[in-house]
Write a protein that binds this ligand. Structure first.
Ligand SMILES: [Zn+2]
Ligand SMILES: [Zn+2]
Length: 249
């Protein structure tokens, strides 16, 4: 999917189709102004969402009128360790990519609210390793059986349940990284959530998985503005130095 400078693209931007403040047209106008070469529209769906065809058609319409490479994405939460996602069964062809997100804690028996999981961990009813294992297993299983998958803001759930990304066992991360590379999935570095870390992403790089930058913007003013992503991709050697190279590659 990515070919140009990852920091001159933004592959996770919300619009008024879900909880974004700006329309697809306004977001694309912003991307054009910044000279971005690619933008992926991403809006939140649930299993009962009925506007996906209309949304995909709107993205297609705007894509025909801009030099920015526009993709249509939907973001759905991970539901359980089977890898089920909270999205409609039948997606129109116009949807290019599915963002699998840890908005709740996906476990064997379904999603759990982060607050509950935090208390269960503190009071010893759950063990850290089990919870991490379930999150990673859910993500791995979500990579197959769907079209192009992006792992959205990987491990953004951990601070909410009182865990630190730095303590996730490397073998778990390596399993996820290998599955990501094997399935041709993509992992994003999220400016909004400031995750995943360099330590988490290194196994992805070594496995040959594609890493992209995104802001998870909900308003046009934050589109394509990177600090955390520039730092992380610089440290990984995916981009040169601490500032992105000029040009659209
Ligand atoms: Zn999200
Ligand atoms: Zn999002």
């Amino acid at each position: 999917m990515p070919d140009g400078d990852p920091l001159k693209a933004d592959l996770h931007v919300h619009s008024t189709f879900s909880d974004g403040r700006n329309t697809i047209e306004e977001n694309v106008e912003e991307a054009e102004g910044l000279g971005l070469w690619a933008l992926t529209c991403v809006d939140h769906v649930r299993v009962g969402t009925d506007w996906v065809p209309e949304y995909a058609a709107a993205v297609k319409r705007v894509a025909a009128e801009t030099p920015v490479r526009l993709r249509c994405g939907i973001e759905a939460k991970l539901l359980d360790t089977s890898g089920r996602l909270d999205m409609p069964d039948d997606l129109p062809d116009g949807v290019d990519v599915v963002y699998a997100a840890d908005h709740q804690v996906p476990m064997r028996d379904g999603t759990h609210h982060p607050r509950e999981v935090k208390v269960d961990l503190q009071e010893g009813r759950l063990r850290e390793h089990e919870v991490l294992e379930d999150i990673v297993t859910s993500t791995i299983n979500a990579l197959t059986g769907h079209r192009q998958v992006v792992i959205a803001h990987l491990f953004s759930i951990l601070p909410k349940i009182g865990l630190d990304e730095a303590n996730v066992p490397l073998d778990l991360i390596e399993r996820l990284a290998e599955a990501t590379a094997r399935t041709g999935a993509i992992v994003e570095v999220s400016e909004r959530w400031r995750c995943p870390s360099v330590r988490t992403l290194r196994p992805f790089l070594e496995a040959g998985a594609t890493i992209v930058a995104s802001t998870d913007s909900h308003r046009r003013e934050t589109i394509g503005r990177y600090e955390y992503c520039a730092e992380v991709l610089g440290a990984l050697g995916v981009v040169n130095g601490d500032r992105p190279a000029e040009g659209a590659g």
